[in-house]
Design a protein around this ligand. Structure first.
Ligand SMILES: [Zn+2]
Ligand SMILES: [Zn+2]
Length: 227
C-alpha cells in the first residue's frame, strides 16, 4: 500500500510503498476513507513524541471500510466504521469500569502502531469501533475520534456543563473549536481565549459569545467581567 511515512523530523512526509498491514485476530483492517490532522501529529513530526521515529506512520483520526476481519473481530467486511484514537483492550479493570483511555494494553494507531496516513490501517480491539452513519461524510467524521470526543468528555463527564452556564475555552485549535460547538449545543455561553486575533474572529463566526485576546489583556480578569 501507499503511506505517508516519517523519515526525518521537520521534513516532508515521504510517500512510499510499504507492506499492507496484517489483520489482527481480534480486529479489522480498514481501507481508510479519511484521516484528520491533529496537533499531536505535529508533536510527533517535530520529534517530540517518544513513539515517533524513522519509519513511523502517523494518523489517529480515521474512518473507513472493513476489508479484512480477524476470526475474533466483531465487525464484518464491508462495515463502514469510525474509531476513537485509543483502542482499549475491553477486558482489564480500566476498560470494564468505563475508563478505557487509561487501559494499560491500549493501542493507538499513529503512535507506536502504524497509523492511518495510509491506504489501509489495522485496528485491533475492534469493539472500540462504531458504525459510521450513512449520511455523514468521511471527511466530517474523521475528526470525531480525537478532538470531538476529547471536548465532549471535558464538557460532560468532567465539567457537567448545563444550559445557561458560561464556559471559557482557552485556545481555539481543533479541541477548542470542538468544545465551543459542543458547549453551544449544550446551551452554554462561551468565551474563547487565544492570542491570535484571526483565530478569535474564526471562533466568533462559529458562535462564540465573547472573545478575549490574552496577548493584550489579563484573560482571567476579562472573563470575570464578561461572565
Ligand atoms: Zn488527535
Ligand atoms: Zn483495557
Amino acid at each position: 500500500m501507499r503511506a505517508a511515512v516519517v523519515r526525518s523530523f521537520n521534513e516532508d512526509l515521504s510517500v512510499e510503498t510499504v507492506s499492507d498491514p496484517a489483520c489482527p485476530d481480534n480486529g479489522v483492517v480498514l481501507e481508510v476513507a479519511a484521516c484528520g490532522v491533529c496537533r499531536s501529529d505535529y508533536h510527533g513530526w517535530v520529534g517530540k513524541h517518544p513513539r515517533i521515529e524513522n519509519g513511523s506512520i502517523l494518523g489517529h483520526e480515521y474512518c473507513g471500510t472493513v476489508v479484512e476481519a480477524g476470526p475474533h473481530a466483531m465487525h464484518r467486511i464491508g462495515d463502514r466504521l469510525i474509531a476513537p484514537f485509543i483502542l482499549g483492550c475491553g477486558s482489564c479493570p480500566a476498560c470494564q469500569t468505563g475508563v478505557s483511555n487509561t487501559c494499560e494494553r491500549q493501542i493507538v494507531p499513529g503512535f507506536g502502531w502504524p497509523g492511518a496516513y495510509a491506504e489501509y490501517v489495522a485496528a485491533p480491539f475492534d469493539h472500540n469501533l462504531v458504525h459510521l452513519p450513512e449520511t455523514m461524510t468521511p471527511a466530517l467524521a474523521a475528526g470525531l475520534g480525537c478532538r470531538v470526543t476529547t471536548a465532549w468528555h471535558a464538557l460532560t463527564d468532567r465539567a457537567n456543563v448545563r444550559a445557561g452556564e458560561w464556559v471559557a475555552v482557552h485556545g481555539t485549535g481543533g479541541i477548542g473549536l470542538a468544545t465551543l460547538l459542543l458547549a453551544k449545543m449544550l446551551g452554554a455561553q462561551v468565551v474563547v481565549v487565544d492570542v491570535v486575533e484571526q483565530k478569535l474572529a474564526h471562533a466568533r463566526r462559529h458562535g462564540a459569545d465573547a472573545a478575549v485576546n490574552a496577548a493584550e489583556t489579563d484573560a482571567a480578569e476579562a472573563i470575570r467581567e464578561i461572565t
